[in-house]
Ligand binder design. Structure first.
Ligand code: NI
Length: 261
């Protein structure tokens, strides 16, 4: 059993707020060393397993919110250093020793071009036939603030039901709250490179656009307790292809939309 990573106060704050800022989860040299590889995999054309490179949002037909699912398949160093080791340690503290890795992803916001990641709850993407207890550990590879897309959270929203969601764009994969109104009480979390934010499956969260002339690189590691089947499934109509506006043949079946985004 590894040493605890979080203090009791941090664990209590996470349980109260549904999110947490954690300083210095990664060795600074590791973070700098990851940047070139991160840029390289986002610059690749092709070579990805099916559904590993997806677009969360489009501007017309132009991708503006590229995501790589399972980025460690293409950049193994992402899970070989202090960031992932410490993410596992804090996941064991928050979820218990039975926690399992739930998959990783990376979202890149290109310079002067990255779209916002609209308000959503990760659980809206997940299987409605199960109850989920999960966290995401989000690690930016450069300093982040509101100029380049830091995370923002609504404290206490992790205790709410999953709100109605819809697609960001009919031909892309990302989900957003159906209600366009900015949720009340949002807290932006500017953090340095190699620090982390942690949030729960139902915590309302958002990341703004990147208005700077440098990429906004971030990777997210997800962990979960084994999920429990529900007697009565949730009704998530946004996961049903026929529900989407536009041509249903352009949308993805439910089982292709797994994991937090
Ligand atoms: Ni998310």
């Amino acid at each position: 059993m590894s040493e605890p990573f979080l203090t009791d106060e941090q664990v209590a704050a996470f349980e109260r707020d549904g999110y947490l800022v954690v300083d210095a989860i990664a060795d600074p040299r590791e973070v700098v060393a990851l940047r070139d590889g991160y840029d390289e995999i986002f610059g690749r054309v092709g070579g990805f397993a099916e559904q590993d490179r997806i677009e969360l949002a489009l501007d017309g037909e132009r991708p503006v919110l590229p995501q790589i699912v399972n980025p460690e398949r293409y950049l193994p160093e992402l899970v070989q250093g202090t960031a992932y080791a410490n993410a596992q340690r804090l996941a064991r503290q928050l979820l218990g020793p039975g926690m399992v890795p739930m998959g990783n992803h990376a979202i890149n916001k290109p310079p002067l071009d990255g779209a916002p990641t609209p308000w959503h709850q990760d659980e809206a993407y997940w299987d409605p036939h199960a109850d989920h207890t999960a966290i995401s550990v989000w690690v930016p590879l450069q300093d982040v603030d509101e100029s380049n897309g830091c995370m923002a959270f609504v404290p206490g929203s992790h205790r709410e039901p999953v709100r109605p969601h819809r697609l960001i764009h009919p031909d892309a994969h990302g989900l957003r709250l159906a209600d366009d109104t900015e949720p009340a009480g949002a807290v932006a979390c500017p953090i340095p490179a190699g620090s982390a934010t942690v949030h729960a499956g139902r915590t309302l969260h958002y990341a703004g656009p990147n208005r700077t002339d440098r990429p906004r690189r971030a990777v997210a590691f997800a962990f979960a307790c084994p999920s429990a089947p529900r007697a009565t499934p949730h009704d998530y109509p946004w996961q049903r292809p026929e529900w989407f506006a536009g041509d249903a043949t352009d949308t993805q079946p439910d089982d292709e939309r797994k994991g937090p985004r």
